[in-house]
Design a protein around this ligand. Structure first.
Ligand code: UGA
Length: 445
């Protein structure tokens, strides 16, 4: 099928590449012409495992192209995906201007029947707005707006696009649903679960999923506090909970809380949407509140153990909002850094991928070339992102490099055996919602 994709960000690019991989003819566009030129030669604007290879492969196959020309991306297409950004406004509501602009271009350039798919996360009711906008700019063509929410995770975007857990498609047009079934036929044939609803239900289901996952994380973070106060272990509690298939273990990892460009803004947008509809979704207010506290508790622990932050050098291991990405948008690590800097500490961060993006977002943050360079002279280290390479730190080397061997594990990266090894190596190891491990031999140098 002939597909157009608006937006080549974290959602649009994997979507375009995956659809090309399924055999469709895909042309993707973006407001950023420089980005389109780089993409046309296979250079990606962000790090996402496996995506560069997929894009290059599909460019070579000729099934994927990038173009700023609306004729290529709209006029001769059967389906156009809208994957543009929906950043938060100060009120927490989603800013949908990019969607309206995309609808204008689509409206102006469409010449025949067109299915317009909203893939960006949008408040319920947006499809109706899109439909009205398309009709305003084009009274001739018949458009069908479909909601096909994206469930892909950064860091696993390729896998989530090519082997999704389910495909959700909402439309009030039976004809448009048939077009979407044809588009996704290769995945449906592989047994991927296919869910059809009306358009508003699909829009709402996306909000419901992200908010529910965020709620699980906040539940785990609240439990972590209680475990610390009660002398219990939050990882063991989560394991016990997760053994019940009705609960499930996923998204019960306590730590510095959720970040990224989805959960924080989606929880806020869902809460705002509910309020506008006349229901105060207090549960979501609490989810966001608990999430905001997680960073504060970590910083408190650092202050508790270091006394004054002035004159202290603090190493942050991991800056991205999660491993597998260079994305630092709403990253808890940067919030930790801001608070420590505000307290007068010197903050040095290292991340396998996100050093440059973090520096651009927070210029006061020093970026080290590797974990050991960050640890050199540090009075405390905080694991902010659970990159696997931090599991294999050479403890002896780390301890000799640090001024005080204190490690705060903001992601509970280290299991019991690793925590015990750390204590034996002279570290004071503080986890989140778990028993602290004092250093076996005291060592301050
Ligand atoms: C999330 C959803 O998981 C996707 O299904 C959805 O498509 C996407 O948002 C979106 O709306 O576009 P993503 O933000 O890429 O995906 O990342 P996640 O892996 O879900 O993690 C989000 C945050 O929660 C990260 O900061 C992560 O560290 C944190 N987290 C996750 C925890 O603190 N604890 C957990 O147990 C799990």
């Amino acid at each position: 099928m002939r597909v157009g994709v608006f937006g080549t960000g974290h959602v649009g690019l994997p979507t375009a590449a995956a659809l090309a991989h399924l055999g469709h003819d895909v042309v993707a566009t973006d407001v950023d012409a420089e980005k389109l030129s780089a993409l046309s030669v296979g250079r990606l604007p962000f790090y996402e495992p496996g995506l560069e290879d997929l894009v290059r492969g599909e460019l070579a196959s000729g099934r994927l192209r990038f173009s700023a020309n609306p004729t290529a991306t709209v006029t001769d297409r059967q389906i156009v995906f809208v994957c543009v950004g929906t950043p938060p406004r100060a009120s927490g509501e989603a800013n949908l201007l990019a969607l309206e602009r995309a609808a204008e271009i689509i409206g102006r350039h469409a010449t025949g029947r067109l299915v317009v798919v909203e893939k960006s996360t949008v408040p319920a009711g947006t499809a109706r707005r899109m439909q009205e906008t398309l009709a305003r700019y084009n009274g001739v063509v018949s458009f069908a707006v479909v909601s096909n929410p994206e469930f892909l995770r950064e860091g696993c975007a390729v896998e989530d696009s090519l082997q999704p857990a389910r495909i959700l498609v909402g439309s009030d047009s039976g004809e448009a649903l048939a077009v979407m079934r044809e588009l996704y036929a290769p995945l449906i044939e592989l047994g991927v679960s296919w869910i059809e609803t009306d358009v508003r239900t699909a829009e709402l289901a996306k909000h419901a999923c992200n908010a529910f996952l965020a709620m699980k994380i906040s539940y785990a973070n609240a439990l972590a506090r209680i475990c610390e106060l009660a002398g219990a272990d939050v990882v063991a509690v989560a394991d016990a909970m997760g053994a019940d298939p009705r609960i499930g273990r996923a998204y019960l990892d306590a730590g510095l809380g959720y970040g990224g460009y989805c959960f924080p803004k989606d929880v806020a947008a869902f809460e705002r949407l509910s309020a506008r509809l006349g229901y105060r979704f207090r549960l979501l207010e609490e989810v966001a509140e608990i999430n905001g506290q997680a960073v504060g508790f970590a910083v408190q622990k650092v202050e508790e153990i270091l006394w004054n932050l002035e004159d202290k050098r603090i190493a942050l291991l991991g800056l991205a909002f999660k491993p597998g990405t260079d994305d630092v948008r709403f990253a808890p690590a940067l919030e930790v850094a801001r608070r420590l800097l505000a307290g007068g500490a010197r903050v040095v961060g290292y991340d396998p991928q996100a050093g440059a993006t973090a520096k651009a977002e927070l210029p006061e943050l020093e970026i080290a070339a590797d974990a050991y360079a960050a640890l050199e002279g540090a009075h405390c280290a905080i694991v902010c992102t659970e990159w696997p390479e931090f599991r294999d730190l050479d403890l002896e080397r780390a301890r000799t490099l640090m001024s005080f061997p204190i490690l705060l594990d903001g992601r509970n990266l280290y299991g019991d055996a690793a925590a015990a090894a750390m204590a034996r190596a002279g570290f004071t190891y503080l986890a989140t919602g778990r028993h602290p491990r004092p250093a076996v031999p005291a060592s301050i140098h």
